[in-house]
Design a protein around this ligand. Structure first.
Ligand code: ADP
Ligand code: ZN
Length: 698
């Protein structure tokens, strides 16, 4: 510790980051205080740093237990690239390699040792562990993906259960458990199974603000839409499909259309699957089309787009799978294509389940997915609500918030609905309540005598769909609860009574049915320099045989492109660059940046220097100028006596050209430049937003 005057300084020294993410600092402090820890953070939240930094600041070696070889290799590569002593021991190594690594460990050259649980507790390994403790000292055990100890989680691994042996053998060494699992049940299980002692618990919000969520109707045109979306994405894309044959088919079709795509599913030969994965991770291909077999163990932080071309199994799975986008914190997009014919397929599959209870629960989970897809509330409110987290809505980064439906006051309807739930004694689900309201004469209604209720038939003025929409929104907004035993019985809560007593009003977003907006090819994210730096990064990565993101992350490249450092000292100050990396890669990146700046300035000089819109035709310049004066496309159209669609076309073209963009002012002759800047949340990624059009997707 003594070497650094603050934790921030050590963070910059080892990892090159300027500041901690929320929670990290407190966690590191607790770890340095020898406390047990339970860290719950969504994927991409920055869990690794929570055990890596304390390991580097303490004497001895930290042992990291990780269930997957790919995950270990990834983290070790990233650490080595930061000049940090880290290694793993697993079955892929030769005996000689194994012994050489063991020597390094006992020589004290290693601060972080990664192991699979079965190796850690293997009979043969325990004596070596003892030697480490004696000669070097073990600073902590970090158990990554700790939900694997729980049968209640989605990924139970019996080997994880034996980890409690660590407590017996080394009672004084702190244990840290880390996971991205959201449910309370699993959290409790982790504490019990690993016998954590009064752990410092950190539960991060599961909100991922940089992800844009949207749902699109799946139609005949969906392939074209998918293709359009992919070709306008600069960066890696994952497309999830339901079956192997769909994966194969879609991958082929994309290849045929000139997109670098490869399939991934459990039916491929091991070697082919591994190759496809590596090629994706190293950015040799842009798109991986996969079944859900793909993902666990993929640490790629710069996935820009995750598409579910079919329905996910449940909302937790959707959250985890879509959450593979944007782990580096940069804007990324998650689209779900929803169709009733897919739904029928899934229902058919569920009907094949023998076990009644399993089937019932699976049906309920599916219904929650439908509620999400058809919901008109903020997608985040719905998702986070599912994990028991309340989110106020208006995130401005989902389709429902970006293109809000007009809201209507449905308090009266809500009162009708809720009192119908009350009068039927909170013993029924949505469909039955709607039957009563609409005066159905079906058997269930008559048998229960519900045709005698005062609420019978008072809702004939609304369609079944409208009532469903209301019921969903009541659930999402917390005006109503639903049991999770598979029966989805509606239950009233305090807010329900407030509505019935007219103390709260209920606003519902009511969708207008609209055709799917066609997708104009819009500008890809990122600037020219950023793209050049990516190319350079790829070259260096190939030369070193590592994934590009271990060299620098996308956010670091973006900073480079924006700040355009001219000296090594400036370069080393960038977020994500430490001394080691500056030394290793600084000159290559600096010379690329300089070359770019020189080219830019020679272009501007040769064009007369003083012209502010070098690359634009007159008509585009005029539109741009008016736009920047704050006129709407309609007003510009009127002033210029053109159609507003023409003006929209101009704006789209301007975005596409990323015009006008220039090098940093101080390194160039001064010219007056004009900028189109996009707003913060969606970044360049969703330019239709600042075109002020609102293509409504649902
Ligand atoms: P998790 O294990 O929680 O899924 P990681 O530990 O892999 O997440 O971190 C996700 C990404 O965030 C990585 O690219 C990592 O380098 C980056 N990161 C972590 N902490 C910071 C920080 N304090 N500042 C900037 N980037 C960070
Ligand atoms: Zn939203």
């Amino acid at each position: 510790m003594s070497k650094f005057s603050s934790l921030e300084q050590s963070l910059k020294h080892f990892f090159g980051y300027d500041s901690f993410r929320p929670g990290q600092r407190q966690i590191v402090q607790a770890a340095l205080g020898q406390q047990d820890l339970l860290i719950i953070m969504p994927t991409g939240g920055g869990k690794s740093l929570c055990f890596q930094l304390p390991a580097l600041l303490q004497p001895g070696l930290a042992i990291v237990v990780s269930p997957l070889i790919a995950l270990m290799q990834d983290q070790v590569e990233a650490l080595l690239d930061n000049g940090i002593g880290a290694t793993f021991l697993n079955s892929t190594l030769s005996n000689a390699e194994m012994r050489s690594r063991e020597r390094d460990i006992l020589n004290g050259q290693i601060k972080l040792l990664y192991l699979a649980p079965e190796r850690l507790l293997a009979e043969r390994f325990l004596p070596f562990l003892g030697m480490i403790q004696q000669q070097i000292g073990i600073s902590a055990f970090a158990i990554d993906e700790a939900h694997c100890v729980s049968e209640w989680g989605h990924d139970f691994r019996p080997e994880y259960r034996q980890m409690r042996l660590l407590r017996e053998l080394y009672p004084d060494i702190p244990l840290m458990a880390l996971t991205a699992t959201a449910t309370e049940r699993v959290r409790q299980d982790i504490i019990q199974q690993l016998e954590l002692r009064q752990p410092y618990i950190h539960i991060a919000s599961f909100n991922r603000p940089n992800l844009y969520y949207e749902v699109r109707p799946k139609t005949q045109q969906s392939y074209a839409e998918l293709f359009g979306l992919i070709s306008q994405t600069s960066g890696a894309v994952i497309v999830y499909c339901l079956s192997r044959s769909q994966v194969e088919e879609l991958a082929l079709r994309l290849q045929g259309d000139g997109i670098k795509a490869l399939p991934y599913h459990a039916g491929l030969e091991d070697s082919e699957r591994a190759t496809n994965q590596t090629r994706f991770i190293r950015d040799d291909i842009q798109v991986i089309v996969a079944t859900i077999a793909f993902g666990m163990g993929i640490n790629k932080p710069d996935v820009r787009f995750v598409i579910h071309y079919n329905l996910p199994r449940n909302l937790e799975a959707y959250y985890q799978e879509s959450g593979r986008a944007g782990r580096d914190g940069e804007p990324a997009r998650c689209s779900l294509f929803f169709s009733y014919s897919d739904l029928k397929k899934v229902e058919w599959m569920l009907d094949q389940k023998e076990n009644e209870k399993e089937r019932r629960i699976a049906y309920q989970q599916l219904r929650q997915v439908i509620d999400y897809a058809e919901g008109t509330d903020c997608r985040r409110t719905i998702q986070l609500g599912y994990f028991g987290e309340s989110f106020p809505g208006n995130c401005d980064c989902c389709d429902n918030c970006r293109h809000p439906q007009p809201t209507e006051d449905w308090t009266i309807e809500a009162m009708k609905f809720l009192s119908c739930v009350a009068r039927s004694q909170e013993r029924f689900g949505m469909v039955h309540i709607i039957d009563i309201l609409r005066g159905s004469r079906n058997k269930k209604v008559l048998q229960n005598g519900h045709d005698k209720l005062s609420t019978y038939g008072i809702g004939k003025d609304k369609t079944v769909e409208e009532w469903k929409m209301l019921a969903r929104s009541l659930l999402h907004q917390g005006f109503l609860n639903q049991t999770t035993d598979g029966y989805s019985i509606l239950k009233l809560n305090q807010l329900s009574w407030e509505v019935m007593r007219r103390k709260s009003s209920v606003q519902i977003a009511v969708p207008k049915k609209q055709a799917i907006a066609s997708h104009k090819k819009t500008a890809a994210a990122g600037e020219m320099l950023f793209q050049r730096l990516r190319v350079l990064r790829k070259k260096l990565a190939d030369a070193h045989g590592v994934p590009p993101y271990t060299i620098f992350s996308d956010p670091s490249l973006m900073q480079m492109a924006q700040q355009q450092p001219q000296t090594l000292a400036e370069f080393a100050r960038l977020d994500g660059v430490n001394r080691h990396k500056a030394k290793q890669y600084g000159l290559s990146f600096l010379s690329e940046i300089k070359a770019y700046c020189q080219q830019q300035s020679s272009v501007s000089l040769s064009q007369g220097g003083n012209n502010s819109r070098l690359y634009l035709t007159n008509t585009l310049s005029l539109t741009l100028e008016l736009y920047q004066q704050g006129h709407s496309p309609e007003e510009i159209a009127e002033k210029r006596n053109l159609k507003s669609t023409t003006i929209m076309g101009h704006l789209a073209e301007l975005i596409e050209m990323q015009q006008p963009r220039r090098c940093r002012q101080d390194s160039l002759p001064q010219t007056s430049t004009t900028h189109i800047t996009s707003n913060s949340t969606g970044g360049d990624f969703f330019p239709q937003n600042y075109l002020r059009t609102s293509p409504r997707m649902l």
